[in-house]
Design a protein around this ligand. Sequence first.
Ligand code: PLP
Length: 381
Amino acid sequence: MIHYGKHNVNEDDVAAVCDVLRNENLTQDHKGIEFEAALCQYTGARYCITVNSATSALHIACLALGIGENDTVWTSPNSFVASANCALYSGARVDFVDIHPISRNIDINALNTKLAEAKRSDQLPKAIIVVHFAGNSCEMKELQQLLQPLDIALIEDASHALGGTYLDKPVGNCEFSNFCVFSFHPVKSMTTGEGGALMVNCPDLAKNARLYAKHGITRTVSDYDYFTGQPWEYEQQVLGFNYRLSDIQSALGISQLNRLDSFIAKRRALVARYNQLLADLPLKLPVDNPQTESAWHLYVVELRNHEQRAVYDYMLSKGVQLNVHYIPIHLQPHYRRLGFSPGDFPVAEKYYKMALTLPLYPDLTESQQDFVVATLKEALD
Ligand SMILES: Cc1ncc(COP(=O)(O)O)c(C=O)c1O
């Protein structure tokens, strides 16, 4: 079976993990610090807080921004549920902004219109979480220009986009945002098994986010300015969580990060082949944005005339497991109970009914890719 995504783990990764198991602390310690420094170095951000998932990173970003009851957070309906759930965890309300049919990212014109309406009714959101869908960065400069004058915080959900660039700089440098979140789930650009990271430039936000990721506990003055205790004491300053990433995972992360550029290069080469091999089929192919270099987490095609389920089933019967990204979040039962309905975000809904994610990962061989393409041709015949 060829799946839509797969991690790549080699002997260096295994050795790095075994080294920690044999020699070092297992929980967050030196390897954690080293991994955070390596991610700062790679992206250009000032601070990094590694945590046990991107979901946790999104949550502590919301908490560090002071998002809570009486606040609203907007995000894209075309994402994994975590992009919206993090606001609910924080006690806030969630709303969505429809996507652009080409980029499949948040639609800046739709956002502009919604902001104007919200301003008139004094219902502006406290933060917007934009999602770099499939690895392709949103238009961050334009978003910042729109949101900064309104004092709305901007969080990048870059779970798909580690290794990509925007305006020739690495995604994650937070030049135009308050926070940027990465996921290290096994199908992503690189993996720590499970894991995530929060990138940030503002020292106060970094300190706050770190506090929420570690039970809200401070141990030393350097942890938090107002710590006054004895050397053996700790103080719980706020209601935080245990979101730590272990040193076992950080060791894997450091080792994987060393190969990240080669992973992305392989993904890009496979995408170039897909673009060529699929050019004559009745499909809408993903489009490159000249401002960005995608990390190509996903290669999503849209059907023009065919039935999504029939194509999916045919591929599966031949040993190719496609996926669909994403069921619009507002159509999930939990969100329907919060008041959302079909028709609320029509572009995301229409896109979802036509989308299919083809296999794409560094170890996908050209002959496997040829098989995927040949089988897809049969399915569309
Ligand atoms: C866009 C997006 N945001 C958030 C997440 C959550 O990531 P994690 O599994 O690391 O919590 C995912 C994972 O699939 C994702 O695709």
